[in-house]
Write a protein that binds this ligand. Structure first.
Ligand SMILES: O=C(O)C1CCN(c2ccc(-c3cc(CO)ccc3Cl)cn2)CC1
Length: 318
């Protein structure tokens, strides 16, 4: 048995923050943000937590296929902005859903989290699991230093996910996942400072998201392009769904891998960078718009890249 995607769903917080809204509270402009990133607005939670967004995605997914919650064997949530270190977001979703049979755990791989989680979940189905949810969910708005315009304008909140079910047909055709921990300091967030009376180290790390934009930009254009080139060799791909970090980066990658721009779907203009949620949100919108139809055998590449550093692609027939 192999894992195939049989439903998609996404949930975005209602509150919209436009570039102009941000230009009123920090030294930035719609012109700068949209020309350098492609982002025009983003969503921000006002009362919801990551677990609330993920729970709504889970409810949408099981409803789409008329499943009962206790039919699920697993719930995996990819997030870098959980409500708690424990309980996991996945466990919170399992409890709220009443998915009593599902094992539940979070995956921490930043913006590669959804791709890492999808790869792992498909292996679980190859080893006898039958049905499960793979969700990417973030409330990055709590991780941002809202006085740092270099990062505050880039990120957004949201969640998306897929229902994975067992099939005799193999649809996950190839994958290429990678990590490079020697570059781990290029993007950090959620550092817990140790307040113990015997702790001696004074770290300058911060809870707030910090990024070396230049390093990450160059990493994305170099390593990610190489990864995509390798996985799309001798394959005619219909669409590529890359982590929605920056439109300029996606354009540069498209040119490097010599695949037409229009095959690279984008929606960062509406949602900004939602880290692990960006690919499943993009997928759900592509399905809702009819660009992608599940079961139509379209060849799609999912590519995540970000903190860790981690990156990776999965080639799937949908
Ligand atoms: O000056 C400019 O043009 C700046 C240059 C720097 N930029 C960047 C750089 C890196 C990212 C980014 C972030 C993550 C984290 O999820 C993952 C993947 C990427 Cl590629 C996004 N924007 C913005 C415009």
């Amino acid at each position: 048995q192999f894992g195939i995607i049989t439903a998609t769903a996404s949930v975005l917080p209602e509150k919209i923050i436009t570039n102009d809204d941000l230009s009123k509270v920090m030294d930035t402009s719609d012109e700068w943000i949209s020309s350098r990133t492609g982002i025009r607005e983003r969503r921000c939670v006002t009362v919801q937590e990551t677990s609330d967004l993920c729970c709504l995605v889970a409810e949408k997914l099981i409803k789409k296929k008329n499943l009962r919650p206790n039919e699920l064997d697993f719930i995996i949530v990819a997030t870098m902005s959980p409500d708690f270190t424990t309980p996991s977001v996945a466990a919170q979703v399992q409890g709220k859903l009443g998915a009593t049979k599902a094992i539940a755990f979070d995956i921490s791989a930043a913006c590669s989290g959804f791709v890492y989680a999808l790869s792992l979940a498909e292996k679980m189905i190859r080893c006898s699991s039958k049905k499960g949810l793979v969700i990417g969910g973030e409330t990055l708005s709590k991780m941002i230093d809202w006085s740092d315009r270099s990062t505050a304008v880039l990120f957004g909140d949201g969640a998306g996910g897929v229902l994975l079910e067992a099939s005799i047909e193999q649809k996950l055709l190839a994958e290429l996942l990678a990590a490079d921990g020697t570059r781990s300091t290029s993007l950090t967030a959620g550092y817990f400072s140790n307040k113990s009376p015997v702790y001696l180290n004074v770290s300058e790390d911060s809870f707030y998201l910090k990024m070396n934009g230049r390093d990450i930009f160059d990493f994305a254009v170099r390593d990610v392009a190489k990864n995509i080139k390798e996985i799309t060799q001798n394959v005619s791909v219909d669409y590529l769904l890359l982590h929605q970090a920056n439109l300029r980066i996606i354009e540069k990658i498209a040119r490097k891998v010599k695949i037409p721009q229009e095959k690279f779907l984008t929606n960062m203009e509406k949602y900004g960078n939602t880290s692990a949620a960006s690919i499943p949100i993009l997928l759900d919108e592509a399905v809702a718009s009819g660009k992608i139809t599940l079961g139509k055998k379209q060849k799609v590449v999912f590519t995540g890249y970000g903190g860790g550093l981690t990156w990776g692609s999965i080639l799937m027939e949908l």
